[in-house]
Design a protein around this ligand. Structure first.
Ligand code: SAH
Ligand code: SF4
Ligand code: F3S
Length: 441
């Protein structure tokens, strides 16, 4: 059968879709990019904001016309929205054949093959313990790959649906992660991105207290990966600020393959709002952690996630966020307008900030960010950076694209030797709005 997979949401979902696709391919099916010629349509969905759900529902609803044309077509919804809404989706969307929640993803192949035989509609949102290692398959023989090292989340930030739809936090064994990495490296992978909702909680057995000083199973994992021959770069996302203890910070500084870039979600710069969000840190402790990290790794760059318009966010709270963002000087930031999620604690609070005001705050932070990035990029002219070569630039086929460990994108003219996955030095000659231009040395 020809399988079309569409993914919504975060990198964890992309990774799950890749593994599911690989399971289908392994048993003789093919993946396709065109929904019109597919025999099976799979939608791996996200629930994190209302907009994410609306987008997926709109698309899935629209697939009814394909089903009308081809009654044999199998349509399934998987992932976080499937977990949240379960049977309700089957009831709302009569052309849907199955719904598989986040603990049932490894059953996608079996479910599709059963439906092809018996045409019975199925919905399952049971949790599962076997899934975690069954989703270790990879498709792309690319220079870069993602490895999920934990699943689920135990932190219960008050606005967030993830702990409800992804379940309790579970870590994989170090051996299975290393084996997956070795296998990828043998197939040409040079960069590994470790994924988890709270990635630095790896190996803490779901304990929500940040680890004691001197203890960090995540640091031990990074050190083990750092030893693997053939691997050039290790990235990870997303860590929670409180888990960066001395043990982890010194591992980050000493592991030469671990990239000098951290995605460190801030959410808000106001202590009052952080507390209402159930984020277990203050603006000051965040600031101090950034300072300790920078002291250990001077060229470290930071990106972040921020929510504007959380219930009760006053102008002064927003200003505190804005100030802290400018002070830290994030090289990248993802700004989200607060979206109440049914089931998450903050949904019980009145959504006090209007859509218009959320948008205004959102735009102010984006403008700050653009100004800041512009300055940083300009200041890099004349410097020499090491990039991992990613291939021909999507925008201009005569150029190549690479990325620095600090996560800046660099465009350059290729020479005859350049290959994807190579590490090369580039002299920066100029910049655009979000990326750098340079020449290979
Ligand atoms: N596990 C990751 C976050 C996953 S969700 C972490 O904690 O780092 C990605 C981002 O979506 C969050 O960091 C947050 O900024 C945003 N987000 C989550 N729930 C939201 C909501 N209800 N409304 C708006 N943004 C939200
Ligand atoms: Fe959501 Fe918080 Fe867990 Fe991140 S740490 S997934 S924001 S509950
Ligand atoms: Fe969305 Fe689920 Fe990821 S809710 S952000 S796809 S974990």
């Amino acid at each position: 059968m020809k399988i079309f997979i569409k993914t919504y949401g975060c990198q964890m979902n992309e990774r799950d879709s890749e593994a599911i696709g690989a399971l289908f391919e392994k048993s003789g099916h093919t993946l396709c990019d065109d929904e019109n010629s597919a025999d099976v349509l799979l939608f791996n969905t996200c629930s994190v904001r209302d907009a994410a759900e609306r987008k997926a529902k709109g698309k899935i609803g629209y697939m009814r016309k394909l089903k009308n044309r081809n009654p044999d077509l199998i349509i399934g919804v998987m992932g976080c929205m499937a977990q949240r809404l379960g049977d309700q989706l089957l009831a709302e969307l009569p052309h849907l054949d199955f719904v598989l929640g986040t603990g049932q993803l490894h059953k996608a192949l079996e479910t599709v093959e059963n439906i092809a035989r018996n045409r019975q509609r199925v919905s399952s949102t049971l949790p599962s313990l076997e899934e975690i290692d069954m989703l270790g398959e990879h498709r792309n023989n690319s220079w870069s790959a993602q490895i999920a090292i934990t699943r689920g989340c135990n932190r219960f930030c008050s606005y967030c649906i993830v702990p409800y739809v992804r379940g309790r936090e579970v870590s994989r064994t170090r051996d299975s992660i290393i084996a997956e990495a070795e296998n990828l490296i043998a197939n040409g992978v040079r960069e590994i991105l470790l994924l988890g909702q709270n990635v630095a909680a790896y190996g803490l057995n779901g304990d929500i207290r940040p680890p004691a000083e001197g203890h960090s199973p995540f640091a031990e994992l990074l050190e083990a990966l750092n030893e693997l021959p053939g691997l050039e770069r290790i990235r990870y996302t997303s860590p929670y600020v409180s888990y960066f203890n001395d043990r982890l910070i010194s591992a980050l500084a000493s592991c030469s393959k671990v990239c000098h870039n951290i995605h460190l979600p801030l959410q808000s710069g106001s202590d009052r709002i952080l507390q209402a969000m159930n984020r277990q840190y203050t603006a000051q402790s965040y600031r101090e952690k950034v300072a300790s990290l920078r002291q250990a790794i001077p060229d470290l760059t930071f990106s972040t996630d921020v929510i504007v318009g959380f219930p009760g966010e006053e102008e002064s709270d927003f200003e505190a966020t804005r100030e802290l963002m400018n002070e830290v000087g994030f090289e990248q930031a993802y700004i989200f307008k607060y979206s109440p999620r049914p089931g998450a604690k903050s949904a019980l609070l009145a959504d006090t900030v209007s859509e218009e005001e959320k948008l205004r705050r959102n735009n102010i932070l984006l403008d700050d960010l653009q100004l800041r990035i512009g300055k940083k990029l300009k200041n890099m002219t004349g410097s020499t950076v090491e990039v991992l070569c990613e291939g021909v630039s999507a925008r201009n086929s005569s150029r190549w694209t690479g990325r620095t460990g600090t996560n800046f994108v660099v465009h350059f003219e290729p020479d005859t030797q350049v290959k994807t996955g190579d590490l090369r030095n580039v002299r920066i000659t100029g910049c655009g709005q979000v990326s750098l231009f340079g020449e290979l040395i």
